[in-house]
Design a binder for this molecule. Structure first.
Ligand code: IPE
Ligand code: IPE
Ligand code: MG
Length: 226
């Protein structure tokens, strides 16, 4: 099977999943966080090297304050459980995005988990929080290393992205039935194969991930060739 180095998920549909059941949207975010654990272990079993997960976008600040609070609570809970899994399986936990805007306790827990797993050698779990693809590109344009002539190489530009050290995204999956990228990993997904799944994120399963990866293997990635 074609080896996937990097798979990325736009985890959409938590709110609709809850509404369909007559539950508050927060119940969808709690269910969604549980799904993450299943998807991560499916990816690990498939030999994937890195998994990126979109948890909170720079545009999600437009949501009601109460929902934002619940999402950060969910991210903090996820982080606690993920740290245990990372220790057990040797995963590396990373985050990308403007973390300085996060509540202090959430940021401290995240930084602690990253530090504790940084030396692991297993699969990389890369969580996007307060992340925007356009903001990331502008940030890299400002901070990338310049040579004596003031020029920036592609390698130095990529080093200035949050995703430094990660391979490009091979496979980008969006659940929830929308056909858009919503500002996720715009640079890294330049040649990603795109999969749009109707399934709402909390209903994702290991089997569904395996099916998508199976379909990916049948795609002909030409990268501009013939
Ligand atoms: C995605 O699910 C999770 C986050 C944005 C945090 P949504 O909350 O967007 O769920 P829907 O799209 O409203 O169903
Ligand atoms: C994308 O989902 C962001 C995350 C999954 C974190 P949204 O629900 O925010 O995207 P839009 O608003 O439908 O584009
Ligand atoms: Mg949504």
């Amino acid at each position: 099977m074609t080896q996937i180095k990097h798979i990325a998920f736009i985890m959409d549909g938590n709110g609709r999943w809850a509404s369909k059941r007559g539950l508050p949207r927060s119940a969808g975010h709690i269910a969604g966080a549980k799904t993450v654990a299943k998807v991560i272990s499916a990816c690990n079993a498939l030999g994937i090297k890195a998994v990126s997960l979109y948890a909170f976008s720079t545009e999600n600040w437009k949501r009601p304050e109460d929902e934002i609070k619940n999402i950060f609570k969910m991210i903090t809970d996820f982080n606690r459980r993920a740290l245990k899994e990372c220790v057990k399986h040797g995963y590396v936990l990373r985050y990308m995005g403007e973390l300085s805007a996060l509540p202090d306790d959430a940021r401290a827990a995240i930084e602690d988990a990253c530090a504790r797993t940084a030396d692991n050698a297993g699969m990389i779990i890369n969580v996007a929080v307060n992340y925007g693809g356009k903001q990331e590109i502008v940030r890299a344009a400002c901070t990338a290393r310049r040579d004596e002539e003031g020029k920036v190489s592609a390698a130095d530009f990529e080093d200035a992205l949050y995703s430094t050290g990660l391979p490009p995204v091979d496979l980008l999956v969006r659940t929830g039935g929308e056909y858009r990228l919503s500002n996720f990993m715009l640079y890294q997904s330049a040649y990603a194969e795109l999969f749009f799944e109707k399934t709402l994120w909390p209903d994702m399963t290991a089997k569904k991930v395996e099916k998508i990866v199976g379909e990916f293997a049948l795609r002909n990635r030409r990268f501009g060739g013939i």
